[in-house]
Ligand binder design. Structure first.
Ligand SMILES: Nc1[nH]c(=O)nc2c1ncn2[C@H]1C[C@H](O)[C@@H](COP(=O)(O)OP(=O)(O)OP(=O)(O)O)O1
Length: 173
């Protein structure tokens, strides 16, 4: 099973109080051409928080402290009945730097009310709105149709909201 992360930096615009989330338009890899949060696969020896912070730095140049990330979700994506990816979802209002484009990602601040769910993974509209409202979620999402996952069809899902994520499946929150 692939172990991966997503990170959603949030800010409150000082001029009109709009809550915004930093999304990326993914330029390569899984989900290329779609919007998502910064994130990616965990490397050997990293905690999930360290992975989320590294991917956020590498993809958009924002510095986030692993300890300042708030765990918001644990998602399992299954493909044709088999576990494909475990995704650990974080959010944070604490970061430094200005988002900058990279080979992997074009960053864009988007109002939390205007997230482009029609240009994202089909599962995102099920879990991301609650995550952006500050809730916690555990979910299982089933896809069918063979590899790659981003060309498979989203079939169905189960979600549990307002769960305790203090201890992740591997013991690291
Ligand atoms: N169904 C899904 N919904 C979603 O919102 N994000 C998903 C998803 N399935 C995978 N992802 C995310 C998790 C993770 O952030 C990312 C994994 O994409 P990649 O394999 O391109 O990872 P990397 O950016 O680490 O790539 P490399 O740099 O090539 O290792 O896709």
């Amino acid at each position: 099973m692939i172990e991966a992360t997503l990170c959603f930096p949030l800010r409150n615009r000082s001029d009109d109080g709009t809550d915004e989330v930093l999304l990326i338009e993914k330029r390569r890899g899984l989900g290329e051409g779609w919007y998502n949060g910064p994130g990616g696969k965990r490397e050997t020896g990293e905690t999930f928080r360290e992975c989320a912070a590294r991917e956020t730095r590498e993809e958009v140049g924002l510095e986030v402290e692993p300890a300042a990330l708030e765990k918001a979700g644990e998602l399992t994506f299954l493909l044709d009945g088999e576990g494909h990816t475990n995704c650990h979802v974080y959010r944070t209002r604490s970061f430094t730097g200005e988002p900058t484009a990279s080979d992997e990602a074009r960053p864009e601040w988007v109002s939390v009310d205007e997230v482009p769910y029609d240009q994202m993974w089909d599962d995102d509209s099920r879990w991301l709105p609650g995550v952006l409202e500050g809730r916690t979620v555990r979910g299982e999402f089933r896809f069918a149709g063979g590899e790659p996952l981003d060309e498979a069809a989203f079939v169905d899902h189960d979600l549990e909201w307002d769960v305790s994520l203090e201890s992740g499946r591997d013991g690291s929150p």
